[in-house]
Design a protein around this ligand. Sequence first.
Ligand code: HEM
Length: 688
Amino acid sequence: MSLNRNSSFFGRGSTRSAKAPADTTTSTGNTSTSTAGTAKGGVLKDALEQVKKGVPIHPEHSAFAAVLDAVKHSESIDDRKLLLEHGLNFISNLPPGRLQQDAQDKVIKLLYNDLCHPPATCIGNKYAWRQADGRFNNVAIPEMGKAGEPYARSVQQTHPLPANELPDPGLIFDSLLKRDGFVKHPAGLSSLMFSFAALVIHTCFRTSHTDVNVNETSSYVDLSPLYGHNQESQNKVRNRDGRGCLYPDIFAEDRLLLLPPAVCVILVLFSRNHNYIARKLLEINERGTWQDPSKITDEEDLKKQDEEIFQTARLVNCGWFGSAVFSDYVSCILGLVRQGSSWTLDPFGDIRNSDHSTFERGQGNVCSVEFNCLYRWHATTSEQDEKWVDTVFEKIFEGKSPEQVTPADFKSAAKKIQASTPDIHHWTFGGLQRDENDMFNDEDLAKVLKDATDHPAGAFRARGTPASMRLHEMMGIMQNRAWGVCSLNDFRRYLGLKPYSTFLEWNPDPEIAYAAEKLYGNIEYLELYVGLQAEEAKPVVEGAGLCPGYTISRAILSDAIALTRGDRFFTHDYTPYNLTSWGFADCQRDPNAWGFGSTLGRLFLRTLPEQFTNNSTYAFFPLMTPESMKVNLKNLKCSDKYDLERKGPIASFQTVKDYRQIGDILKSSAFTTPQYQERVKKVVKGKG
Ligand code: HEM
């Protein structure tokens, strides 16, 4: 089939010229062939023939120019150079046969690969908003990664573990994991770094106590500890008064009440951030469809408005959480903070394969059992948090020693605590009190954060886990066995890492290697959980900041990318339409922000406005101890820019500054209309 017999391979410019391509092309009906040069010699030969014949080559529209442009700018082809038309015309002029068919197939593949198959997303609120239990993240497989579904398993077990001869979990803890003294984290990470990490893991894991195969929360970074892991728990935190807000300083996850208080404090800040965002959304009222709730008389209308604002604010707040992960958290994990770098991994963007097909993203995720093992970072507990855990332990288990408590004790204690916990509006933690409006005192919250920044985290290492966490670790080991996970070496093979041939290679500390050999006999039998926790840790080198065991260090990144790139709400549906233009701009990570692009700093100043100076290292490097930041900032020759002092409440001006920063981001964003920018300017000015 010929698409356009009258135009030449050299395109529209040539056909329009007086000495048009008809001069150079012989048409013979269906079996027409172009000149031999076109069919066989391709673009260059044709171009030469044109020149020889004195046919002017229109520089803009020649096939040569089009091909050159495509080679030079494969990611942003100038379609005004008509490459596609030249190509199709070329194919149409080929003699029917193999060559023509092959060329046509290539074009069809290219065009098909332009788009995602199956489609990346669908429109409408069902898909634009996060469902409470995480369903519909993958539009075609709505159950993927939903709360209440089984974990995934990534790695095939190929070496049988001698099930009945595996060592006793208590003995493993006592000989390989139990802390034999506190060792400070070598890269200067603070205890708050691991409070933030604990928030991340509670977002992804909630292993059922009745069926260990089931993850009771969604497999997405959706702030489920704040918003609840299903509709029932979400209903408890929303006040549904038409403003889309949460109850004051509320969060849904009761498991956090047993952790050191800094974890809950970070979550309270995200709770406050939700309400700040919801209020702003209503104030700006970007689409002009919302009203002052006090003026809405119809209950259904009120519900509808509340739902729209709540869901939009949740998307923006999750954007904030994602930005905090990829700024402050990743910066510490990769050690970028020591180099003063604001670079980060950005896993969300559209990536094209060489055949122009899209590299998969936003297709959902299911957290794996291996990921769950990788993330048990109990060895990093600070000395102060260890004391905290000891106290809680004594209170719960009433005088029993860590060696005496059993998993059954743990489960019955968990039930008892749940039954005795006050209603969700009055939950407290760390001895903090709520005021008459159910809000915590800002200074109290800030103190917990500053303490956790001051306290150094523990180093990842064998024999580094506090004694009172014996039961947690034993339960972890037993879960691993129940899940049928592979051995450490199988896991390393899967990742393309060299399997260990001796225990000493795995951990060169002879005491640890010897103890492990005694327990397991053969390095191939070393279980994943234990192998990961007691492996030699990575040293502090460029590119490393977290410094866990070597295998954790490699594998954690793969799971983190799967988790975030797989999330439709961070990829295809992370749009100014779904989040509103203001919301979309508000939650962007700003690489030029203080703290080498810190997001947590902005969150702290916004939600605790009078508690930090506006260049405080406690706000902008909270995941590093001030002691370590003093050295890092000195090495980077920017100590004078930051305030390293721990200060109490200070005069309030940061909120306004923060607010102006957002105004600046908005002004530079291409997607907002001039009218909208005017409106925002007014709002910003009003506040300033
Ligand atoms: C001092 C602080 C911590 C305490 C007291 C603590 C305590 C616990 C307890 C009691 C469990 C068992 C929970 C259950 O089965 O319901 C657990 C599980 C777990 N912990 Fe921790 N933890 C702490 C910090 C951390 C940190 C910093 C991380 C890593 C970032 C972490 C990662 C995990 C993971 C991944 C699980 C499994 C969760 C699940 O499968 O549901 N923990 N922890």
